[in-house]
Design a protein around this ligand. Structure first.
Ligand SMILES: Nc1ncnc2c1ncn2[C@@H]1O[C@H](COP(=O)(O)OP(=O)(O)OP(=O)(O)O)[C@@H](O)[C@H]1O
Ligand SMILES: [Mg+2]
Length: 210
């Protein structure tokens, strides 16, 4: 067993299960929260994340297969995705054609999520893994069901902000191709882009609550 990441609220381990490599995501105690409330919150988010992983997959978006869920232990076991996160890809890739093609695929998938009424809630380049030419979406812990243009616009604002902050030199290329892809799979794209423009005008949109 090997720790692969310590996120804001979870420890992620790589392990073997029945001869397969798996990823175990365990939400850990947060000392600053009241204990019972903390446990409740971690259990809810565990169940919630596993549901959204399945829903996203049904919407035609690649996500790791869910293998087991331990509600009391706040643990999800899922398929291990061998690949590179979009973050590392954008940091190392110099071929603009490749970057553009990947950005368009990301846009296709986010459009599918939104068309299915799913808001991801944390669309950063650390939450997408590229494997065999597919983009796997992970980390649905802050996701929720909504078909509101405003919520989908917030997803886009978070993604744009993440690209701007970490991959500024690719911002225009990534954003243009992302939007091109998004429009191909989400018929409501125009309304969402309008909501995004309003959000950007207000300049405040991050509503991550812990
Ligand atoms: N199924 C998977 N296969 C391979 N690697 C994974 C998988 N799931 C997660 N990871 C790795 O673990 C990291 C953290 O996962 P995840 O984003 O789900 O956790 P988190 O605690 O919510 O993190 P953060 O708070 O940093 O967003 C990912 O960026 C990725 O590198
Ligand atoms: Mg994450």
């Amino acid at each position: 067993m090997e720790i692969v990441a310590r996120g804001a609220e979870a420890v992620l381990k790589k392990d073997e299960l029945d001869g397969e490599t798996v990823l175990i995501k365990e939400r850990i105690k947060k000392g600053y929260r009241i204990e019972q409330l903390d446990k409740q919150l971690r259990m809810e988010r565990t169940v919630h994340e596993s549901k959204l992983l399945g829903e996203a997959r049904r919407a035609g978006v690649d996500t790791p297969k869910l293998l087991a869920i331990d509600e009391k232990g706040c643990k999800i076991t899922m398929e291990w995705i061998e690949g590179q996160r979009l973050k590392e890809m954008l940091n190392s890739e110099t071929n603009n054609e490749k970057i553009g093609n990947i950005a368009e695929l990301v846009g296709n998938s986010v459009g599918r999520l939104h068309a299915a009424g799913i808001t991801h809630g944390d669309l950063t380049t650390s939450n997408m893994i590229i494997s065999n030419g597919k983009i796997y979406f992970i980390d649905f812990g802050l996701g929720f069901f909504s078909s509101k243009a405003e919520d989908h616009g917030t997803d886009l604002a978070v993604f744009k902000e993440a690209v701007k902050a970490t991959h500024f030199k690719h911002l225009n290329l990534v954003w243009d191709r992302f939007i091109k892809g998004y429009k191909q799979t989400n018929a409501q794209a125009d309304a969402v882009l309008k909501a995004l423009a309003d959000i950007e005008k207000r300049g405040r949109y991050i509503t991550r609550v812990d």
